[in-house]
Every structure is written in C-alpha cells, then in structure tokens.
Design a protein around this ligand. Structure first.
Ligand code: SAM
Length: 288
C-alpha cells in the first residue's frame, strides 16, 4: 500500500503535508469542504477547504492565546462573544475563567460542530454542556448587526481566513458593529494569519479595526502547524492600557480567574511579551 498524504493548499507554491493514518470524515457542507483525519505526527487534524484549522498536537497554543490574553487583559470579562471556533476549543477555555457568566458562540457551519463533537471530542471537552454557554449556528455578521449595544465585554473571532464565508468578519461593518456591542473597556481579538506569508491580511484588517477602535495592535503565537513562523492575533481595544499590563498584574488576574496551572503555552510573561513584535510584523500595523 502506498503512503497516503494530505497536502495543505493554503499557498499555491509552498506548504506542509501530513502522512495520513486514517481518514475520519470528508464532508462537503453548505459552506466548505471539511476533512478530519488521523495523522502520524500531530494526532487528529481538521482542514477546511484544504487549510489546516486545528491539530490535536498544537491546538493548545492558539486556543490559549486567543482566549486568555483578551480576557485577562480586560480583567473582568463576564460576557464573551465567540465567532467561528466550531471545534469548541475557544469555548472550553473561555469557560475556564471563573468570572465568565455568559459565553455565546456563533458558528456558521453546523457540520463543523457536529464533526468536531464526533471526531475531536477532546478539543471542547464538556464545554458544550456548560449552562453558561449558548451555541448558535449562524453567520457572525448577522449576529453582531442585531445584538444589543454594550452587551459584551470581549469578542473573540476564531474564523477561517478572509476568503469565502470568513470574509465578512474582517470588514468595516463587522468592526463597527463589534465596537457597538462592546462595553466601555471592551476589546476584540481575531486570528489574523501568518505575516511572513499573509502580511496583507494583518495590514488591511488592522486599518479597518483602527476606524472603530482607539488601540489597534497585534500579538504573536508560535503555532507549529500554522506554517511560516509567528502567527498574529489581531488586537483592537477601546482602552489602550489593556495592552501594556505588567506580567505581575496578569499573573494576579490569572490566579483570580482560575486559569493558573491549566495552560501549556500561555504564561503571564508570554502574554506580556507577545505584544512586542519583530519589525517585519510591526511594520504592517498602524502607527499609534
Ligand atoms: N483556528 C482556525 C484558524 O486559525 O484557521 C480556525 C478554527 S475554526 C474551525 C474556523 C471557523 O470559522 C470554521 O468552523 C468556519 O465555519 C467559521 N466561520 C467562517 N466564517 C464564519 C462566519 N461568517 N460566521 C461564523 N463562523 C464562521
């Protein structure tokens, strides 16, 4: 039997490949081509339209940084909106925060949720059954258009890249609606690509965020299967002081939130350091 390989198709001229132990699901949903397989090197892997979304081996890096940084920077986020994140990993980590009272997750593709529950159960754990969680199958742009002003403290956008269904989550309208939804010290973070290969995504979406938020920046995480070096998480906040908290204050908040000892990438020091960007990334951000 010849080895079977899956090639990631994010970039036409370069990319990673996985040797497949066993294909677990291959579904063409109303929105995208969903594939989940068992790899030899990274546990189970999910691709959407040929792009790596999550692997069991390194999802913790990304989920921890996308969740703990905004919630601890805010300091008392009780109402959190999650957009995308169909695998449930962000939801699970949001619910680890003691002071979170409500976590609304809006995922456009019900098949992603269904298949993640079936084939990647460890990603979300029992987050789906938490009484604080509300899972909505719908388009994030519609949700933010209609939700009540000031009804959330933090918004986490864990979407696919700004192509196809994900595109609306990177628009002026989306950021203006998000600013309306957020309370006075509110903030929004989003997966914003790998700048070594996708600098335009960081630059163009940061310009749009700056139209609705006072403080626009980014922070980094090293996710092995988001190939190309650091990936960036886009940052937009109403209060610039949230970004420059000393690690001692971050540690105090993490202790109070009940997050300490439950992470494998995030630490208070990594949190503070993640905002210090190498010039090749900082050059794509608006001068503040
Ligand atoms: N960690 C992954 C990454 O960085 O590429 C993303 C994880 S998650 C699987 C991405 C999710 O965003 C997908 O399940 C996709 O269906 C969802 N999504 C894309 N566009 C959306 C939209 N307009 N509204 C809600 N969810 C959306």
């Amino acid at each position: 039997m010849t080895d079977s390989w899956v090639n990631e198709t994010l970039y036409p001229d370069w990319g990673q490949r996985f040797r497949v132990k066993r294909e677990l699901a291959r579904v063409k949903s109303d929105f995208q081509d969903i594939m989940i397989f068992e790899s030899f090197t990274h546990g189970r892997v999910m691709l959407l339209d040929g792009v790596v979304q999550i692997t069991e081996a390194d999802e913790f890096v990304y989920q921890e940084m996308l969740t703990h940084v905004p919630l601890l920077a805010h300091g008392d986020a009780r109402r959190v909106l999650i957009i995308g994140a169909g695998d449930g990993g962000v939801l699970r980590r949001v619910l680890q925060h003691r002071n979170v009272e409500r976590a609304v997750m809006v995922e456009i593709d019900g098949d992603v949720i269904r298949l993640a529950k079936e084939h990647l159960p460890g990603i979300a754990g029992d987050a789906w059954h938490d009484p604080r969680a509300q899972v909505i199958v719908g388009d994030g742009i519609h949700y933010v258009r209609e939700a009540e002003a000031g009804s959330f403290d933090a918004i986490i956008v864990d979407s696919t890249d700004p192509i196809g269904v994900g595109e609306v989550l990177f628009t002026d309208e989306f950021y203006a609606s998000s600013a309306r939804l957020l309370s006075d010290r509110g903030l929004i973070v989003n997966q914003c690509g790998v700048p070594a290969m996708q600098a335009d995504e960081l630059r163009e979406t940061s310009i749009r965020r700056a139209k609705s938020f006072a403080d626009v920046w980014a922070y980094v995480a090293a996710v092995p299967t988001y190939v190309g070096g650091y990936m960036t998480l886009g940052w937009a906040a109403k209060d610039a002081s949230l970004r420059t908290l000393p690690s001692a204050e971050i540690a105090r908040r993490a202790e109070a939130a009940g997050v300490v000892g439950r992470t494998r990438y995030w630490t208070p020091e990594i949190h503070a350091a993640a905002f210090h960007l190498p010039p090749y990334i900082a050059e794509h951000l608006p001068r503040t």
